[in-house]
Design a protein around this ligand. Structure first.
Ligand SMILES: [Zn+2]
Length: 237
């Protein structure tokens, strides 16, 4: 197989930093912003969709999050609720390269932090998602509510199909976590300017190595086709 020429790197903070959401905001996020759909996993278990609610995301409404405190890191994730906050100095550099997105505010419960840090929350809608799990034996399923595609086996190696990248330089697989083109990282000097960031390479392949048909594939006819799941189950039995 011809080697792909593009290089893609997932971004995360050096230290595993998470937003410390207030209990009330986390409850709000789970109830109002997160998709309530469920889909069956590899062995029939039910998984909750991690994507944003389709109606909420479609309305282009901001996620205005409230946190107890922040670490000051330029890039922060949340867990278990999936949400990304980017410090304003980094966001000002990155924003021109992002796929269409919606930004919101990040507010701090501890009043002493007001004015010390400034962050935005960022999400993209499903139309711009690309799948990070197209390697061999990868298995996907679709959320029946939002039609978002999920990978089912986290032990599978990540791989992005090159034709999914198009001309974009910033990518997302779920609207809330992001990766960058290697040339953009160099051009913006991100490693030198933001040494707290970690960049993990995701292999780029020229065509999918799983059997599924996902949005953006040449065979895509408007509906997800789950050939990988039945093959994996056949192997596992
Ligand atoms: Zn969903």
């Amino acid at each position: 197989m011809k080697n792909a020429t593009r290089q893609v790197f997932a971004v995360s903070p050096q230290a595993n930093q998470y937003l410390d959401l207030t209990d009330s905001f986390e409850a709000t996020f789970e109830k109002l912003y997160r998709c309530s759909g469920q889909f069956s996993g590899l062995h029939g278990n039910l998984n909750r969709c991690i994507y944003l609610d389709a109606e909420f995301a479609g309305s282009q409404s901001p996620v205005n999050a409230v946190v107890k405190r922040v670490s000051g890191m330029p890039w922060i994730h949340t867990s278990p609720t999936t949400l990304t906050a980017i410090r304003s100095d980094l966001w000002n550099i990155l924003q021109p390269y992002f796929p269409p997105h919606v930004t919101g505010r990040l507010q701090f419960e501890e009043s002493s932090l007001h004015g010390k840090y400034s962050y935005v929350t960022v999400y993209c809608t499903q139309k711009y998602f690309i799948d990070y799990y197209r390697g061999p034996n990868s298995v996907h399923n679709e959320c029946p509510k939002c039609r978002g595609i999920h990978y089912l086996d986290a032990s599978i190696r990540q791989a992005i199909v090159e034709y999914n990248l198009g001309t974009a330089l910033v990518f997302t697989d779920d609207g809330l976590t992001f990766s960058f083109d290697g040339e953009l990282i160099s051009k913006l000097g991100l490693k030198d300017r933001f040494p707290e960031l970690r960049f993990r390479r995701i292999p780029v392949i020229t065509k999918p190595m799983d059997d599924d048909i996902l949005p953006g594939d040449p065979e895509w006819a408007g509906a997800f086709v789950a050939r990988g799941r039945s093959r994996r189950l056949g192997q596992d039995l």
